[in-house]
Design a protein around this ligand. Sequence first.
Ligand code: TXA
Ligand code: MG
Length: 336
Amino acid sequence: MNPIFANDAAIERAVDLLRQGRLVAFPTETVYGLGADASNPDAVRRIFLAKGRPVDHPLIVHIPNVASLDAWALSVPEAAQQLAAHFWPGPLALILKKRQEVPLEVTGGQDTVGLRMPDHPVALRLLQAFGGGVAAPSANRFCRISPTLAIHVQEELGDAVDMILDGGACQVGVESTIVDLSGAQAKLLRPGHITLDQIEAVLQTKVLLTPQVEQLDAMQIRAPGMMAVHYAPTTPALSCTTASLSTIIAGLIKQGKKIGLLTSHTHLGNESNLGIVIRMPKQADAYARVLYSSLRELDSLHLDIILVELPPQTEAWRAINDRLAKATRVYPNVLG
Ligand code: TXA
Ligand code: MG
């Protein structure tokens, strides 16, 4: 399926397709989503088939405005009102108790639902014209890197999607922050562009940090000899600290490895036999914007190893470090 420039006529056709229970990929400010009518269980099942995603992984429902929260959530707590008023439209998904009518296909069988109003003109026009909720995971195959360009969706899903709306490059570049407000205390389920500090400042209370199931899985899978699976390139991808970078590079070159390097460093000594180097921005938001497309680029070059220099371990870099932990294995210290 070729991406189509998202003009009014294309959006009108996309709305027709959604009403028919078909799949429409569309841009958001974070990553491209693979959308289906969230009130139509058959349409939602198509998402899981197209992605190869296990059916118990819940989907986020995208809504056109804050008022639509009531159509999906059983009740809207004060904290949800505050966060939505502050950050919507924007890269924040809220987990709330679901209304009974919300199909269990959307929520992976749970009694909670993820909701988000995205900040992208094409997504908002689509949602407003459609009028309902659009269930949309990232538009990649299961366990692969999320798409940040329409062409990535085409590469990932081919003809498994009925239409790809092209709205250019995603400006945030990593998936939304997810905050669970379904329990007694707010919990951060996934870090993103909107930081823990920002959320705590609005709520005026501490937000719990919970290790995600995905992370726990990934840790087990990161045992020696096994492949990392989440958000991962297909080329073996390793990460290392700035301090060990040059020693590790020297070791890999000695082994004759073709390396693709993601680094914010400007001085790496002799780069002539280094392989492919992508210089990453030194500022977290700019880094996030190009992270997935950079990994995709290196992944397409048939290299032996992708090596990523880990960014600082600070709050501003939390979402990026989270995604890098899923995409790479930390380089064994022995060589470094
Ligand atoms: O930025 C984003 O959120 C993108 C764009 C397309 O909006 N979407 C996205 O969807 O990243 P997906 O399916 O790739 O990730 C959704 C995450 C999953 O980790 C899922 O477990 C979690 O949201 N989630 C959704 N509903 C949930 C619920 N009821 N309870 C707990 N986690 C939930
Ligand atoms: Mg995803």
